[in-house]
Every structure is written in structure tokens, then in C-alpha cells.
Design a protein around this ligand. Structure first.
Ligand code: PMP
Length: 421
């Protein structure tokens, strides 16, 4: 065979020019040993920081013991231990788990379960949501057309209702929540009959779509409609789970009960692992053999997840996320007050977004991109999000310290000044 130069697909878009050599805590080091403060956490994954010694040790021990305990062939202890351990953090009543590898796969599993359990076909998702890139998950994803363009036809049976995006609508959170519920009722009366509607899929904080928290009144309204219509409330906590929002689960801010909970990212500190949780009576309605996967519940990932849960608990990371989140928010609001181009600072815990807006109210994608790039040049890794890419988001690891938050704020101030100069 001829030797040929091979390159990565251009479909993969990289947000920074950094070539990472190693990670330690809240920092990434490049091949020249330049240090970057990582306020991306691998898109909200490395909550315990890069290479937390406890996670590394647990994973190393498991690698030398059993890597691929294929769970539809043989069962293994790390998976059983993790299942039991998650009992201490899952919402009460959600006592059955199914594991896969990625967020999208867990979304697919939740959809499969929702359809089987209700015998209904339709799902309602919310505008701006990101649920993943696999075809069914992409069909429920409207965080930006780049995810959907050119790959259709997408899965039928998905109706999209407005998300209560208060800033975009120029409303208060309460008004936006009430508006979105009215529109949802309208959708149920015009597009997707309650008799056909299996589930509502909702992110407690819109993630890729712009870091917009769902008002508590809206989530409570969804719960009420799910009960009224016999539909399921499926809460996608892939990005908001495991302490990210300053509570263990994002939906706790609204005190609503999910029927199906989807988790991934923060669960295993960077090892591929995701899960859905649901009450026994619901999981019991899944058709045997209808869920599975070659790599799901990988033994090393499970061992890493067990260590991750220990670290979250022992180091008080949920509380730290709430406290550092407040400090970070105060800093971001200060910068926004000095720079009118940042029209909105919002989010929960350590999941905060800065929306850049032009004087006429339109999205200011260019300035947001310049600020993100300038921050990276000054040693702070950041990502943008939102359909127009005009929201710069901050998702530091949950181990972040006051000093690191303050250092990030110094860089952010300079980056925004550079971008608006
Ligand atoms: N749901 C949400 C809320 C997400 O944020 C993401 C990833 N950004 C996904 C699902 C998909 O996860 P994955 O990329 O692991 O498939």
C-alpha cells in the first residue's frame, strides 16, 4: 500500500490552536510547556480537574485488572459498585440505571425507553436545545443549524417548542416561562396531540444553545403538563449534572421530578461514560434486549466514576461550584458593566455565559469571537456557544480556586478590552 499523507477531517472544528501535552488540575500545558487556565473543562467534563490523583489511581488499578468487562456478556464489579453508589446521588425514585458511553447515546436510550414505555411516538424538544449529534439526538437538537444542515431527513415525530429565553425575548424570566408554556400548550393543540406525545426533553440550562437557565416556574409547568397528558419529563443533565450548577443536579433549582434523567460528562472525569436513570416501573416497560452496546459501562470508566464521586463528595465540589460560581458571576457582571457589548451575564453555578450584542440588539458574533481568541492568547481557555456563537461561556472545573477565578477575571477584562479596542 502506498504511503500517503493523512489528515483529520475538516468537519472537526477546533476552538483554540492549542496542542495539549498534559493536564493538571485547572491547567492544560502545551508542548512548549505553556500553561493555560482551562475554563472549558473539556466542554464541562473534567469537573475534578485534569488527572485528579484519585481518579488516575483508580483508573490505573482497573486497567491492570479488567478493561473490557462486556456487560451484555459478563457482569463486572465496577459497574455493580457504581450502580449502587449512584443511589446516594440520584433523585429519589430513580432507582434503575442503564449505562452507555456518550451523551448522545444516553439521549437515544432515553428516547427508546420513552417510546416503548408510553407506546407513543412523538417527542417535544425546545428551541436552542442540544441533545447530541447521532440522528435521533440531532433531530431534537436546534442549538444551531450546523448540526442539522445537509444531513436530513431527520427523525420524524419531533416537535419543537420555544425555550424561555428571557433575554432574547426582552422579557423577565417569569414572563418568558409563561410565554413558553402557552406556546407549548398551543403546540400540543395544533401539532403534537397529547395522545401521541411520549415525552418532553429539556435541559435545565440550555447548554450549547447559549447557557440560558430554564426558569423554575417553566420546569414546574412542564412537570404539570407531563402529568396531565401522561407524557414523560426527560431531563437532559449531560452538561448540568454532577455539581456543575452549584446543586448536584440542575433540575434541583426548580425542585421538579424527572421521569428519565440523562447524565454523562461530569460522571467520570473524562472517561467515556453516560447513563440514564428512571423509576423501576418505567424501566420495566423497556423491551428486553432493546438496549445495549459493545463498550457501555466500561470497567475503567466505572472505576474512574467511582473515584470521581468520592472526590466530589470529599472535596465539597458542589458547594465549591456554588461559591466560586458566585465569585465568577460578580467578576463577569463587573466586566459587562464596563462593556455594553456584553448585554447579558447569566447561568447557574460554574456554568456561566456572556452574551455579546450589538447596539441594535443583534448578536455580535465577531466581538465574542475576538474576546474568546484574546483570552486564549492571554492563557485562558474559553469556548463560545449559542446559535450565533455570540455567547462566551465559562465552565471551569469544579475544583477551581478563588485565585484561579480572580486570575481568569484579570484575563477576561483584558480580553474584552482587546476585543472592543
Ligand atoms: N446533551 C447535552 C445537554 C450536551 O451538552 C451534550 C454535549 N455537549 C450532549 C447531550 C451530547 O453529548 P456527547 O457529545 O457526549 O454525545
Amino acid at each position: 500500500m502506498a504511503e500517503q499523507p493523512v489528515r483529520l477531517s475538516p468537519a472537526l472544528k477546533q476552538a483554540t490552536p492549542v496542542l495539549a501535552a498534559r493536564g493538571e488540575g485547572a491547567y492544560i500545558y502545551d508542548e512548549d510547556d505553556r500553561r493555560y487556565l482551562d475554563f472549558t473543562a473539556g466542554i464541562g467534563v473534567t469537573s475534578t480537574g485534569h488527572c485528579h490523583p484519585r481518579v488516575v489511581e483508580a483508573a490505573q488499578r482497573q486497567v491492570a485488572t479488567l478493561v473490557h468487562g462486556q456487560y451484555t456478556t459478563v457482569m463486572h464489579r465496577p459497574l455493580l459498585r457504581l450502580t449502587e453508589r449512584l443511589g446516594s446521588v440520584l433523585p429519589s425514585g430513580l432507582d434503575r440505571l442503564f449505562f452507555v458511553n456518550a451523551g448522545s447515546e444516553a439521549v437515544e436510550a432515553a428516547l427508546r425507553l420513552a417510546r416503548q414505555a408510553t407506546g407513543r411516538q412523538n417527542v417535544i424538544a425546545f428551541q436552542g436545545a442540544f441533545h447530541g449529534r447521532t440522528m435521533a439526538a440531532a433531530s431534537m437538537t436546534t442549538s444551531g443549524v450546523k448540526i442539522r444542515a445537509g444531513i436530513g431527513p431527520l427523525m420524524p415525530g419531533v416537535a419543537v417548542a420555544p425555550f424561555p429565553y428571557a433575554y432574547r425575548y426582552g422579557m423577565t424570566e417569569e414572563e418568558a416561562g409563561a410565554f413558553a408554556l402557552r406556546e407549548l400548550d398551543y403546540l400540543l393543540a395544533t401539532v403534537s396531540s397529547p395522545l401521541d406525545t411520549a415525552a418532553f426533553f429539556i435541559e435545565p440550562v440550555l447548554g450549547e444553545g447559549g447557557y440560558v437557565p430554564a426558569p423554575a416556574s417553566f420546569l414546574a409547568g412542564l412537570r404539570e403538563r407531563a402529568d396531565r397528558h401522561g407524557a414523560l419529563l426527560v431531563v437532559d443533565e449531560v452538561q448540568t449534572g454532577f455539581g456543575r450548577t452549584g446543586r448536584f443536579w440542575g433540575h434541583e433549582h426548580a425542585a421538579v421530578r424527572p421521569d428519565i434523567l440523562i447524565t454523562a460528562k461530569g460522571l467520570a472525569s473524562g472517561f467515556p461514560l453516560s447513563a440514564i436513570a428512571a423509576p423501576d416501573e418505567l424501566m420495566e416497560r423497556a423491551w428486553p434486549g432493546s438496549q445495549g452496546g459493545t463498550y457501555g459501562g466500561n470497567a475503567v470508566a466505572c472505576a474512574a466514576a467511582l473515584a470521581t464521586l468520592d472526590v466530589i463528595e470529599e472535596e465539597g465540589l458542589v458547594k465549591n461550584a456554588a461559591q466560586m460560581g458566585e465569585r465568577l458571576r460578580e467578576g463577569l457582571v463587573r466586566v459587562a458593566d464596563a462593556h455594553p457589548v456584553i448585554g447579558d451575564v447569566r447561568g447557574l453555578g460554574l456554568m456561566l455565559g456572556n452574551e455579546f450584542t450589538a447596539p441594535d440588539g443583534s448578536p455580535d458574533t465577531d466581538t465574542a469571537a475576538r474576546a474568546q481568541r484574546a483570552a486564549v492568547e492571554h492563557g485562558l481557555l474559553l469556548l463560545t456557544c449559542g446559535p450565533h456563537g455570540n455567547v462566551v461561556r465559562m465552565i471551569p472545573p469544579l475544583i477551581v480556586t478563588e485565585e484561579q477565578v480572580d486570575a481568569a477575571m484579570d484575563v477576561w477584562e483584558r480580553a474584552v478590552a482587546d476585543a472592543t479596542a
